[in-house]
Design a protein around this ligand. Structure first.
Ligand SMILES: Nc1ncnc2c1ncn2[C@@H]1O[C@H](COP(=O)(O)OP(=O)(O)OP(=O)(O)O)[C@@H](O)[C@H]1O
Ligand SMILES: CC(=O)N[C@H]1[C@@H]2OC[C@@H](O2)[C@@H](O)[C@@H]1O[C@H](C)C(=O)O
Length: 354
């Protein structure tokens, strides 16, 4: 899995032989500066992008192969022990309204480099069936973590934040709430050259600016009804610069307000759901300021991380893509039409067999 934050490659090794899946090992490897800048550049239109995307896909696959070999060596497994790799690829465009979503990654090359079958392109079939193609993890959350008694929400705070609502006796809902870390990452990078605001310390040093927060929240995405999904296609540098034009706020206050934007836009979607426990995963679970703001926004819910469900917050997403690969191999439908808006259940993904 390489997600919208473009921070690294996460690999999970999962055993599906028992009655429920078991996460055996997981590892994160930072993306090289070169690959990261190639992938970042492809997030928005640029000249010669077809060629550049194919070259980046090759480098991405080679880096994924290295990360997989490293995890197998560390866990004491051989390639021949592994049935398949679920390869999300890197999203460089997400335009379900135009009938496509694009995750680059050279699946054939990854199969060649590892000698392991690859399952990839998980989102296209759902989009072809009229769905958003995202988020896909709610089906996995439902399969593993639904409770007969507790009203649960699982919240992934990656670059983009997405939520799964697991309410007893109700269909599972899920959608992208909007920015998770992506705008905070862009702002601290622009102001201080850092990749992210460690523990949310910079945000904690500023004051939330209510008028700026209101301005951010006026983006039409927040009021849109589900099914909905988003990405860097919407929440990018120009979005941020556009909202900050003709203002002279203190940079720390802007960071605090971006943090509040993530917390508020998440909480606004959860308040009416009377969630008993909110389980947080993704890198944002490490942002203490964001977690604190969420707790203030949702006083009636117990807020913890997915560690309480037995899965460390950093591995939930990559675990999900192993599960999605297994569903594809078994030809089990893995989308939730109540989440993505697809016309029906579909088997997701394509297989590059060895
Ligand atoms: N200690 C920390 N303090 C604050 N923020 C952190 C910390 N560790 C990680 N993050 C944030 O989490 C981000 C990475 O999160 P994650 O890996 O879940 O995103 P992703 O999977 O790439 O995104 P998505 O889920 O949207 O695809 C970093 O870019 C950073 O903003
Ligand atoms: C198009 C795309 O890559 N979407 C990602 C992104 O990252 C978070 C959010 O936006 C979510 O919709 C999705 O990823 C997760 C893993 C999903 O499909 O459930």
């Amino acid at each position: 899995m390489t997600g919208t934050s473009l921070d690294g490659i996460d690999v999970a090794l999962v055993d599906f032989a028992g009655s429920s899946p078991r996460l055996i090992a997981a590892q994160g490897t930072p993306l090289s500066d070169d690959l990261r800048s190639q992938l970042l550049a492809l997030q928005l239109p640029q000249p010669n992008e077809l060629h550049l995307a194919q070259l980046a896909a090759n480098v991405h696959s080679d880096a994924c192969a290295d990360a997989i070999h490293a995890l197998l060596a560390q866990a004491g497994y051989a390639a021949s022990d592994i049935e398949a790799i679920g390869n999300h690829g890197q999203t460089i465009r997400h335009r379900p309204e135009c009938g496509y979503t694009l995750q680059i990654g050279n699946h054939a090359r990854l199969a060649e480099k590892t000698g392991i079958s690859v399952v990839g392109d998980f989102r296209s079939r759902d989009v072809a069936a009229g769905g958003q193609g995202a988020p896909l993890v709610p089906a996995f959350h439902q399969a593993l973590f639904a409770s007969p008694t507790e009203r649960r929400a699982l919240l992934n705070i990656g670059g983009i934040a997405n939520v799964s609502l697991l309410i007893p006796q109700e269909n599972t809902c899920g959608f992208d709430t909007g920015p998770g870390n992506v705008l905070m990452d862009l702002w601290i990078n622009q102001q201080q050259g850092l990749r992210y605001d460690k523990d949310g310390n910079w945000a904690a040093s500023g004051q939330v600016l209510p008028d700026l927060l209101t301005r951010f929240l006026q983006d039409g995405y927040f009021a849109q009804a589900a099914p909905k999904s988003t990405g860097r296609d919407l929440f990018h540098q120009d979005w941020l610069n556009g909202h900050l034009a003709h203002r002279s706020d203190s940079p720390a206050d802007v960071q605090a307000t971006l943090c509040a934007l993530s917390a508020r836009s998440i909480a606004d979607t959860l308040r009416a759901q009377k969630i008993d426990t909110l389980y947080v995963c993704g890198g944002g679970a490490h942002n203490k300021t964001l977690m604190h703001m969420l707790a203030i926004e949702l006083p009636a819910s117990h807020i913890t991380t997915t560690e309480a469900l037995g899965v460390a917050p950093d591995w939930m997403e990559t675990y999900a893509f192993a599960w999605l690969a297994k569903c594809c191999i078994d030809r089990s439908p893995a989308n939730l039409p109540t989440v993505t808006g697809a016309r029906g259940l579909r088997v997701l993904g394509a297989i590059w067999p060895v």
